[in-house]
Design a protein around this ligand. Structure first.
Ligand code: CS2
Length: 500
């Protein structure tokens, strides 16, 4: 068999790529940069950058190219790879029937690295042509206490940034410096658009940014509060971590050399509040929805999909599973997830007019079961201290208020305690731990679980949960069971028997 001619991904080669690779339908040389995006990971590249690529191809409106921004040294690899590929990358959409659709995305126009030169990034955000600064900085990146909503001023990087506003390390310093430039030049501000899984992500961003700015300049803080738009949004597309075999597949099966493609599911959703002070792409022309109030959509998504992931992530990890699809193929896990959604989450969701919740939940089971997605539990369990606080605890709190069911969540949190204490599954195999609070949680999780369990006293995560005797009693008995090596799956089965 003749060997496949392998082509490097770059502008020059775009026209000669194999026919089965979809390429941008617009002239990239004509694209202007209207968006600066901080946090160019897999999710941004499978979601906002995809929508924008589709939008530019569909409408020919080329004002909305995206300048990617990374702030830390850890982002250099992405910058170098994208730079080498003229900011092109392949999106590998993995259908559940095994089909893979390969599409080159052209909406990124540049990539700047803040740690190399903060002023260049600040100037780019402050530039007239920048209409939107969008963020995918992960839930943990917001540096706030999810239980109180307060910004964490104790973070050493925040202290650094307040002392050196011209050379910040964190995104808040960049945004405030750029907004200050705009204000001083008598210009209107850009819109700040959060794309993270946080309830009311725009409102949260406004609150913490204003609190931060107030420490530097009270007038500026007031101006930000009054003038800057922070639309809330719900974002959704499952985007697993790219593996070496994805890169190899493109090379050997397609003949395309891409050093960092992105894989994702077919499904995608973006529901956005239409509050953009300086215009925006009509992303609704390519499937996004603009609505006056995003609350019901975001609550539904975060508490069902993201929390569902956390439930499977914790319990599945202890059991020794590695991926989400492996979990949902196990009938006990599938039933546990379904009961969690039906008995704990659904009763405390706000009214969801016009949304078929049962259909949404069955779609979730299908999406989780996509055998080609192989979404690693290690990805799901990363940064759990932020995720549990944002995805799961609000549901428990509501149920405690209304005397609702909470035992499935309690077992999930008990599994997280075991995970944090042992950094291993129940068979003793090491588990990856990647969390800013890992050391603290490790210490607390190892303390005996009599009375008020130490693990639950982390108030930024659990708020008042330790005050609820019923919750604590169930939680303690699950923790005892797990540490006595009762298999997590049999604890799940016993919960399923009592929860009707
Ligand atoms: C996941 C999300 O990080 C997580 O724990 O639940 O990344 C999830 O895959 C996305 O929000 C899907 O839209």
């Amino acid at each position: 068999m003749p060997s496949l001619n392998v082509m490097a991904l770059n502008d020059k080669n775009l026209k000669s790529l194999p026919n089965n690779v979809i390429v941008p339908k617009y002239d990239r040389k004509l694209v202007k940069t209207g968006i600066v995006h901080v946090g160019v990971g897999g999710f941004h590249r499978s979601h906002q950058a995809f929508y924008t690529d589709e939008y530019m191809g569909h409408t020919g409106d080329l004002r909305w190219g995206i300048c990617g921004v990374g702030l830390r040294e850890a982002d250099r690899k992405m910058k170098d790879i994208l730079e080498n590929q003229d900011y092109l990358y392949t999106l590998m959409v993995k259908h559940s029937d095994g089909r893979i659709e390969n599409r080159v995305i052209g909406s990124l126009t540049n990539f700047l690295l803040g740690c190399d030169n903060p002023q260049v990034v600040i100037d780019k955000m402050a530039a007239d042509e920048t209409k939107i600064v969008s963020l995918t900085i992960t839930e943990a990146g917001y540096n706030y206490n999810p239980a109180t909503g307060e910004f964490n001023f104790d973070n050493p990087d925040v202290k650094h940034d307040l002392a050196h506003p011209e050379a910040p390390r964190l995104v808040f310093g960049y945004l405030v410096a750029a907004l200050k430039q705009r204000k001083e030049a008598g210009k209107v501000p850009f819109t700040i658009q959060s794309c993270d899984n946080i309830q009311h992500n725009g409102d949260v961003t406004r609150k913490i940014l204003v609190a931060y700015a107030r420490e530097l300049d009270a007038d500026l803080a007031l101006w930000i509060e009054r003038e800057v738009s922070f639309p809330n949004a719900m974002v959704d597309r499952i985007t697993p971590v790219t593996t070496p075999s994805d890169i190899e597949y493109l090379r050997s099966e397609i003949g395309l050399e891409d050093k960092w493609p992105v894989t994702c599911e077919k499904f995608l959703q973006w529901v956005i509040e239409d509050r953009f002070s300086q215009g925006r792409p009509d992303w609704d022309k390519v499937g996004a929805q603009f609505v006056p109030d995003v609350t019901p959509y975001e609550t539904m998504k975060i508490r069902l999909l993201n929390a569902g992931h956390t439930v499977l992530g914790m319990l599945g990890s202890l059991h020794g599973y590695k991926t989400i699809d492996e979990c949902v193929r196990d009938p006990v896990f599938a039933e546990f997830l379904t009961k969690f959604m039906d008995e704990e989450v659904t009763p405390v969701l706000p009214p969801l007019e016009g949304i078929d919740l049962s259909a949404y939940k069955s779609t979730l089971l299908e999406r989780f079961g996509n055998p080609n997605i192989k979404d690693a539990l290690s990805r799901i369990c990363l940064d759990s201290s932020s995720k549990v606080a944002t995805f799961l605890v609000p549901t428990v709190v509501e149920n405690l208020k209304r005397k609702g069911e909470f035992r499935l969540s309690a077992l999930t949190i008990a599994a997280w305690c075991y995970y944090s204490a042992m950094h291993a599954d129940q068979a003793g195999n090491a588990l990856e731990v990647n969390d800013a609070m890992a050391d603290e949680l490790h210490e607390l999780a190892r303390q005996p679980s009599e009375g008020i369990p130490a693990f639950l006293t982390v108030s930024s995560i659990f708020g008042d949960l330790p005050k609820h005797e019923g919750f604590v009693a169930d939680y303690n008995s699950f923790v005892d069971g797990l540490f006595a090596n009762v298999e997590v799956k049999s604890l799940m089965q016993s919960v399923l028997q009592v929860v009707q």
